[in-house]
Design a protein around this ligand. Structure first.
Ligand code: ADP
Ligand code: ZN
Length: 526
């Protein structure tokens, strides 16, 4: 790289063009770079593939001294360094995988001012020797990559990260830039608190995928709904179908194949050879539908995936955003379609488990709650999704189911009271199917065995159909007005908020379910 003050590299755009060979900045890249060049701290939230690296690389190249990049992933460090060196940027990394001789070489280069960028693992950076070494050197900036590692809320907590606040105390004049793709509120707050980034500008961008339309329907018979969706809207096109378990993956792939759709399964229970064979075919052939668990997708970059379907909701909005984001990479219209029912929520709750089984369960249940709120929203889906990622959308998108067919709402307060008192009177030990039978006054064997036909609530809900009661229960759970017992077999429990409804202290607006087939949501071409 020519000296930074050489005329052709005097602006970020010059560097972008002459070093990277790109024409223009994307999203907020330019804003972030100018801010950091000016000495400001930044918190950058961008999805994977959003172009975070340039945000710290260009200021490191342009500012005096070396940019120190803290990254937890040694394998990725190596890749980044090779790519940079190939472009002529003076970059190196320091981690435990290097020989002592190579480490000395890198340290010598650092001291000689011969590095634009140095990637280090956090545990290396935090050693007293290394910090002392940095004391006398010009430092362009500190970049904290994968900054969510500082948070217990993130999916990848690293205790070493919590000590990185030392950087601010020890090098108060050096700008810091924290970057992550995980952007929920609690994680963001943790990053700001633990890294002392209270004064940092927040840049949250690039989460919107305008060419993807979103639709979520009540699950009826999931596979049939999927078949109709594919036949009516995506015949012959490539897509990904996510399912919750290996068994369901197999079952769905077989059903699609039986219907003449070239579908392939993918899950962690298959041999590595078969998995990579199926992935190859999905990438190479036209119109293949991959039916998969979450094991599928990392690094899959097929441009013309026309749809991503979920037959069960993912566990978090981050997962939903990432998985649906595999559709429409070519920028052409693509669809994200989901079916869900309360049974799925029960299964997901069980998979997450109780605090005894899973120390992260509290966090994971909260993330699932955010997902449920999204499923039942009456707002524009895109608005709700981007709001979660801190990227507010001013107007409704016109390209999601709630925009195209605004859901009608109704005052469900009385229905909610009936449902909740039915839960209470039966001892909070039963699931939706049984509770619905009681509300409808159906004298099943189980109802008779428990004497539930003697209860006041027996038959008190005949004004609604079975499907409507299922929807009422599902929405009460999604709205946090009813809990699912994690130990029991999906039995429903009252919580503090349920009592507010039962006491008449709050009203409940519910979504009127349109049982429309997915095809009823007309596709809008942007
Ligand atoms: P992230 O770290 O956010 O996942 P990267 O920084 O690795 O994303 O960038 C993803 C890809 O986009 C890389 O191949 C990168 O070279 C490319 N890229 C980044 N910025 C631009 C740009 N302004 N123009 C074109 N391509 C870009
Ligand atoms: Zn919308």
């Amino acid at each position: 790289v020519p000296a930074p003050d050489a005329p052709e590299l005097s602006t970020p755009l010059d560097v972008l063009r002459h070093v990277y060979g790109y024409h223009a900045f994307q999203g907020e890249q330019h804003g972030v770079i100018e801010h950091v060049l000016g000495g400001g701290d930044a918190l950058v939230l961008m999805p994977t593939g959003g172009g975070k690296s340039l945000c710290y690389q260009i200021p490191s190249i342009m500012r005096q001294g070396t940019g120190i990049v803290i990254s937890p992933l040694i394998a990725l460090m190596q890749d980044q360094v090779s790519a940079l060196t190939q472009m002529g940027v003076r970059a190196a990394c320091l981690n435990s995988s290097l020989s002592p001789a190579r480490q000395r070489e890198v340290e010598a280069a650092l001291h000689g001012g011969a590095l634009d960028l140095l990637y280090v693992a956090p545990e290396r950076l935090m050693t007293p020797q290394f910090l002392n070494r940095l004391d006398g050197l010009p430092i362009a900036l500190f970049a904290i990559d994968e900054a969510h590692c500082v948070s217990q809320w993130g999916h990848d907590f690293r205790p070493e990260y919590t000590q990185l606040s030392v950087l601010h105390e020890r090098f108060p004049k050096v700008p810091r830039i924290a970057l992550t793709a995980t952007a929920d509120g609690p994680t963001r707050r943790d990053i700001v608190d633990h890294l002392q980034l209270g004064g940092a500008s927040v840049f949250s961008t690039g989460f919107d995928r305008p060419n993807i339309s979103y639709a979520i329907v009540q699950k009826d018979r999931g596979i049939d709904q999927l078949l109709a969706f594919i036949r009516q809207r995506h015949a012959g096109e490539a897509g990904i179908v996510y399912r919750i378990s290996r068994k369901k993956v197999e079952e769905t792939a077989e059903a699609l194949q039986a219907a003449g759709i070239p579908a392939l399964p993918y899950h962690a229970g298959m041999t590595a050879i078969l998995r990579s064979h199926n992935q190859e075919r999905f990438m190479r052939e036209e119109g293949v539908v991959m039916v998969a668990t979450v094991a599928f997708g990392m690094g899959v970059d097929k441009p013309n995936v026309r749809f991503v379907a979920h037959l069960e909701p993912p566990r978090s909005l981050e997962a939903y955003h990432q998985e649906t984001g595999r559709a429409g990479r070519d920028g052409l219209p693509a669809e994200a379609f989901m079916t869900y029912g309360l049974a799925d929520v029960v299964i997901l709750r069980k998979m997450i488990g109780s605090p005894e089984e899973n120390p992260r369960s509290f966090i994971e249940h909260q993330k699932l709650n955010a997902m449920l709120g999204f499923l039942e929203t009456v707002e524009c889906r895109r608005k709700a999704l981007l709001g979660y990622f801190g990227e507010p959308l001013a107007t409704s998108c016109g390209n999601c189911d709630t925009c195209i067919t605004p859901p009608q709402t109704w005052d469900g307060t009385v229905a909610a009271q009936k449902a909740l008192s039915c839960v209470y009177r039966t001892g909070q030990r039963f699931g939706v199917a049984h509770l619905t039978d009681i509300l409808l006054g159906k004298l099943t064997k189980r109802v008779a065995d428990h004497g539930h036909n003697e209860f006041k609530t027996f038959g008190c809900g005949k004004e609604l159909a079975k499907e409507s009661w299922k929807s009422v229960f599902r929405q009460l759970v999604a709205l946090g007005l009813l809990d699912v017992d994690m130990e029991g077999h999906g039995s429903l429990l009252l919580n503090e908020e349920s009592w507010q409804v039962l006491r008449g202290d709050r009203t409940v607006q519910l979504r009127r379910e349109s049982l429309a087939a997915p095809a009823a949501h007309g596709r809008v071409t942007p």
